[in-house]
Design a binder for this molecule. Structure first.
Ligand code: A3D
Length: 311
């Protein structure tokens, strides 16, 4: 069977880590693309990692380019092209610049790899995935955003740190938009099967929810020159792997909703099954009144930013 081809648009901080993780997992051969002015960055990272493969022992072939034709035949394309936040900026502040970049990226992807599974990471996340779908004309199964896996990873890690237990034993998920009003579902959060509410007092749990919601800003404040890149890359690779290996993973993703959770005709974070068919299903479940209120607030923020794309 031929190897899969993983296209990465944007060879910056997240792009480089995506390439490394994809190669180490031997998800396929990797093509890193950036703008002509940063072609050396794409080529340099690819060459550096190719040399690493002799020590790290992976067989993936990595190449760098600024020519979209090199992405033809990609099975998966992960998009990080765009500017990241700096201290004091909201994700929405990136809309003007990143929408222009996304428009160029999407037009090119439509031309060279119309059937690829597209995972967007660029912010403001929900609106950028919407733009990607509108401009490529891609299907709701094959255009998706990475946000919930990262937000959930943050929530899980804070709970595990609080309790001093293995990260692997925390089960939870975060719904809604990738903004400060995202919705961590504490009601369904368990630690080795035990409800988290039995283990962490309410005020501490509320503080963890708040830290999760502001998790991106915490890292922007520490890095000062950009935003998080290790965990975002790992999160998108988990989604790409589920697709390439048909794992049918249940992952919270920014998916096109058709009435699930009362949300229609827009992208929003929801639990999805990802396999060879892309986003094969959205899992639905009954929300409490309190959760409905939080979802409605988050949806209103996402809807406002999507409207600003004028697409
Ligand atoms: P950075 O290291 O600046 O890399 C972005 C790369 O995109 C740079 O190398 C640019 O040259 C390149 N680029 C710009 N325009 C184009 C274009 N037209 N075509 C191809 N490449 C282009 O940023 P980063 O990797 O740290 O972050 C990338 C994006 O991810 C930003 O928008 C962040 O806000 C976003 N981000 C999202 C999350 C989520 O959880 C959704 C988390 C962290 C960062």
């Amino acid at each position: 069977m031929a190897r899969a081809k993983i296209g990465l648009v944007g060879a910056g901080q997240i792009g480089g880590n995506l390439a490394l993780l994809a190669a180490q997992k031997e998800l396929g051969d990797v093509v890193l693309l950036d703008i002509p002015q940063a072609e050396g960055l794409a080529k340099g990272k690819a060459l550096d990692m190719q040399q690493m493969s002799t020590i790290g022992r992976f067989d993936s072939i990595l190449t760098g380019t600024s020519n979209y034709d090199d992405l033809a035949g990609s099975d998966v394309v992960i998009i990080t092209a765009g500017i990241p936040r700096k201290p004091g900026m909201s994700r929405e502040d990136l809309l003007g610049t990143n929408l222009g970049i996304m428009t160029a990226v999407a037009e090119n992807l439509k031309r060279v790899c119309p059937n690829a599974f597209l995972i967007n990471i660029a912010n403001p996340l929900d609106a950028m995935v919407y733009a990607l779908k509108k401009i490529t004309g891609g299907s709701k199964t094959h255009v998706v955003g990475m946000s919930g896996v990262l937000d959930t990873a943050r929530f899980k890690s804070f709970i595990a740190m609080e309790l001093g237990v293995s990260m692997r034993d925390v089960t939870t998920f975060v719904l809604g938009g990738h903004g400060d009003d995202m919705v961590p579902i504490t009601r369904l959060t368990t630690v080795g099967g035990v409800p988290v509410s039995e283990l962490i007092p309410k005020d501490r749990l509320d503080a963890i929810v708040d830290r999760t919601r502001k998790g991106g800003a915490e890292l922007v404040g520490l890095y000062k020159t950009g935003s998080a890149y290790f965990a975002p890359a790992a999160a998108a690779i988990e989604m790409a792997e589920a697709y390439v290996r048909d794992q049918k993973r249940v992952l919270p993703c920014c998916a096109w909703l058709d009435g699930e959770f009362g949300i229609k005709d827009m992208y929003f974070g929801a639990p999805c099954v990802i396999g060879a068919g892309g986003v094969e299903r959205v899992l639905k479940f009954e929300l409490t009144n309190e959760e409905v209120g939080m979802i409605e607030k988050s949806a209103a923020s996402v809807k406002k930013t999507i409207a600003e794309t004028k697409l």
